[in-house]
Design a protein around this ligand. Structure first.
Ligand code: GDP
Ligand code: MG
Ligand code: ZN
Length: 276
C-alpha cells in the first residue's frame, strides 16, 4: 500500500494513506542505501507488519525545514506592518521556483491601508496574477482552503506577516502563538523541532514556516534568471541573454514600456549581482 510520511519520531514513521494513519518502522536497508526517510516522502509500506518497504522518488527536498515533495508554497506578505517588501517576495518566489514548488501569493493586513495605498497594492497584485501566479488575501479563507486540496503546502514569509494567524484560522485546533515576539522567543530556545504535516482540507500543510532566511549561494545567475517566469514571454535575440548589459534585449525593452514590473527587474538585477 502507498502513503506519505507525515511525522517522524525517533524510529517511528507515521504514514498517512487512504486507509488512515499507520505507525511504521523502517528497515535497515534504507540506512545501507544512505537514504534517510523524510517527512513528505511517498512510500510503499506493508500495512500488516507496519514496515516501510520503499521510498518513492522525490520531486524535491528541502533542508530548512527538512521535508520532501512540497507541491506549493504559500508566501504570506503583509501589505503594511511590516511594510510590503517586493525584494523579499521576489526572493521567496525565486527560491520556490528553483525547487519546483508552485508559489501562491497571500497578502495580509489590507485593513491597515487607506484607499490610495490599497489601489497601489492591488496594481502590484494584478501584475503577479497576470504573469500566472495565484494571488489571495488572508481573509479569503474559503479560497485558501480550496487551494490546499490534494497538495502538500509549506507556508513562508517574514516574521509578523500573519502566517500563524492564518494557520489558526484554517485549523481552529492549532492554537499557534501569534504576535511579533513569539517567533523571536522561540528561536532563542534552540529547541529541536520535529516537522509534521497536518491534514487540512484534503491536503497537507507543514506545521512550521520555511525559508525565513534565503541564501542564493547555491544558485547560478542562470538559475536565478530562469525563475523570473515572465521574462520567457519576451524572447531576446541572444538566446542566453542575461537581460543586463546586452543590447537589443527584449526584457529590458518591456521593462521600459511597462509590460514588466520595474521592481521585478530591479530585484532580478540585485539577485544576480549579490555583492553590489
Ligand atoms: N491588522 C491585521 N493584523 C494582522 C492580520 N493578520 C495577522 N495580524 C497580526 O499580525 C501579528 C503577527 O501575526 P503572526 O500570525 O504571529 O505572524 P507570523 O510571524 O507570520 O506567524 C499579530 O499581532 C497578528 O494579530 C491582518 O490581516 N490584519
Ligand atoms: Mg508565526
Ligand atoms: Zn534579454
Amino acid at each position: 500500500m502507498q502513503g506519505q510520511i507525515v511525522k517522524i519520531l525517533s524510529n517511528l514513521y507515521t504514514v498517512s494513506s487512504e486507509k488512515g494513519s499507520f505507525e511504521c518502522h523502517s528497515r535497515g536497508k534504507f540506512r545501507n542505501d544512505k537514504i534517510t526517510p523524510l517527512v513528505g516522502d511517498y512510500v510503499k509500506f506493508d500495512e500488516k507488519n507496519c514496515y516501510i518497504l520503499e521510498i518513492l522518488p522525490r520531486k524535491n527536498s528541502l533542508v530548512r525545514p527538512l521535508v520532501s515533495n512540497v507541491d506549493q508554497g504559500l508566501i504570506v506578505s503583509s501589505v503594511k506592518h511590516p511594510d510590503f517588501s517586493s525584494n523579499l517576495l521576489d526572493k521567496l518566489i525565486t527560491t520556490l521556483e528553483y525547487h519546483s514548488i508552485e508559489p501562491i501569493l497571500c497578502f495580509t493586513k489590507w485593513d491597515l491601508l487607506n484607499e490610495e495605498e490599497t489601489k497601489k497594492m492591488e496594481n502590484i497584485c494584478n501584475y503577479y496574477e497576470k504573469i500566472g501566479y495565484t494571488v489571495v488575501k488572508n481573509i479569503e479563507i474559503e479560497k485558501i482552503k480550496n487551494l490546499l486540496n490534494g497538495k502538500t503546502t509549506v507556508f513562508t514569509g517574514q516574521t509578523g506577516a500573519g502566517k500563524s494567524s492564518l494557520m489558526n484560522k484554517l485549523d481552529e485546533n492549532l492554537h499557534l502563538e501569534t504576535g511579533e515576539i513569539s517567533e523571536a522567543l522561540g528561536r532563542g530556545k534552540h529547541t529541536t523541532r520535529h516537522v509534521e504535516l497536518l491534514e487540512m482540507y484534503g491536503g497537507k500543510v507543514l506545521d512550521t514556516p520555511g525559508f525565513s532566511s534565503i541564501d542564493f549561494s547555491d544558485l547560478t545567475k542562470e538559475d536565478i534568471r530562469n525563475t523570473f517566469i515572465e521574462f520567457f514571454e519576451y524572447p531576446c535575440p541572444f538566446r542566453d541573454c542575461m537581460h543586463q548589459n546586452e543590447k537589443e534585449c527584449e526584457v529590458k525593452k518591456n521593462v521600459e514600456n511597462g509590460n514588466i514590473l520595474k521592481s521585478r527587474y530591479e530585484n532580478y538585477i540585485k539577485f544576480i549581482n549579490p555583492k553590489r
